[in-house]
Design a protein around this ligand. Structure first.
Ligand code: FES
Length: 381
């Protein structure tokens, strides 16, 4: 997994993608948001020039794609400037957005800046259910309007739905909506239980029959829309026996930069206590990628315990997910408990057994300065 540089030093291949989390600000308050429970405040966000420097270093490092993410990246007024800068550097630009801040003018500015692709998220097809999960009244109409504007612009579009026990039955309608909106790709992604989703797990975790029904609906949809829609399906780890190679392996394909400039090997890595993540304010992406201790900690296979170390899959799943190992076993260096060979695999069965038959009525909304346990009324725009 490493290459030899001219000076003989082993260097890892460059990451494929930079996830640029421009801000944690967001008008929505999704109960499965993967942002950390402690959201970064506006006052600590990187300035425009900082991000431009980061993109220059990304291009020099060999990164091909920049995903503008958040929070809601459209909350940054300098987004078109940043997209234009990345475009000039030859980077492929993808905007990951809720769409609720998009209008004809802001979309035009992004198109002029050279934006290549938009990934637009929906919480559901049912308006009331969608707005209950996202915590913002009026959001669905704005998203539909954003989709209409994107289609009129001819912008390549992926529509994303996060699925869980409260919307699992509506996957056929989700695929139909994506098709109607002119998306080239629809992503049906089961909730991954990090961040706020971990807090709201009882309200979100489907049972086995619900999971199987979603899988069946995706299978049918793939036949139905064979020639017109690519359907990506992200399965839930809790119903697997084999972990996914999270982020393509720790510090192997992705480099994440938080709003304040911390560089992470995955978006949830700051949940791991005791790790020090370097800042792009102090170090270049090259230095971070090749030698930051946090990036080396779980890269490759040397860190692995048994049974991973002697497993034939170790260079396929790369040990699964470190953040999940931490969340479920208390040890980020443990074998991912999703793996059937993990000595703690029974903890997954215990989580599934503890799942309440009725989803709890209380949802904990993602909010600034919130502490877990704070409930919220839907916000009226
Ligand atoms: Fe951090 Fe999987 S989310 S390694």
């Amino acid at each position: 997994m490493s290459t030899s540089s001219p000076d003989g030093i082993n260097a890892p291949p460059p990451p494929l993608s930079l996830l640029a989390e421009l801000t944690h600000r967001c008008p929505l308050q999704c109960v499965y948001c993967s942002n950390p429970l402690e959201l970064e405040k506006r006052g600590v966000e990187l300035e425009t020039a900082d991000w431009q420097r980061v993109f220059e270093q990304a291009a020099a490092l060999g990164i091909l794609q920049v995903h503008f993410s958040g929070g809601e990246p459209m909350a940054r007024p300098d987004l078109p400037v940043l997209v234009a800068h990345a475009t000039r550097l030859g980077l492929y630009t993808n905007l990951i957005t809720s769409g609720v801040m998009m209008d004809a003018r802001s979309l035009d500015a992004l198109a002029q800046a050279g934006l290549d692709h938009v990934q637009l998220s929906f919480q559901d097809v049912d308006v009331e259910a969608a707005e209950r999960i996202g915590g913002l009244r009026g959001a669905q109409a704005r998203k539909l309007e954003a989709a209409r504007l994107l289609a009129a612009e001819g912008m390549p579009l992926t529509v994303n739905f996060v699925v869980h026990r409260q919307n699992h039955a509506r996957v056929p309608e989700m695929l139909a909506l994506g098709h109607r909106l002119g998306a080239g790709r629809v992503e049906i992604a089961h909730t991954q239980y990090h961040g706020w989703a971990f807090v709201n797990r009882a309200a979100l975790l489907p049972d086995r029959a619900q999971f199987d029904a979603v899988t069946g609906a995706v299978r049918v949809g793939r036949e139905q829309y064979l020639d017109s829609l690519t359907i990506d399906y992200v399965t839930p780890d809790y119903y697997a026996d084999q972990p996914k190679p999270c982020m393509g392996g720790w510090a192997q394909r992705f480099l994440n930069v938080t709003p304040s400039g911390h560089a992470l090997p995955c978006h949830a890595a700051e949940s791991i206590p005791g790790m020090v993540f370097p800042s792009v304010r102090d170090s270049s992406l090259q230095e971070i990628w090749t030698s930051a201790p946090a990036f080396l900690r779980f890269r490759g296979t040397d860190w692995m315990p048994e049974p991973c170390r002697s497993c034939a899959m170790k260079e396929i799943d790369w040990g699964g997910c470190r953040c999940q190992a931490l969340a479920i076993t208390g040890d980020a260096a443990a074998t991912d408990p999703v793996c059937a060979r993990s000595p703690m695999h029974d903890r997954i069965a215990a989580i599934l057994a503890e799942r309440p038959a009725e989803a709890p009525a209380t949802l904990h909304y993602r909010r600034y300065g919130s502490s877990v346990g704070r409930e919220a009324e839907l916000t009226t725009p």
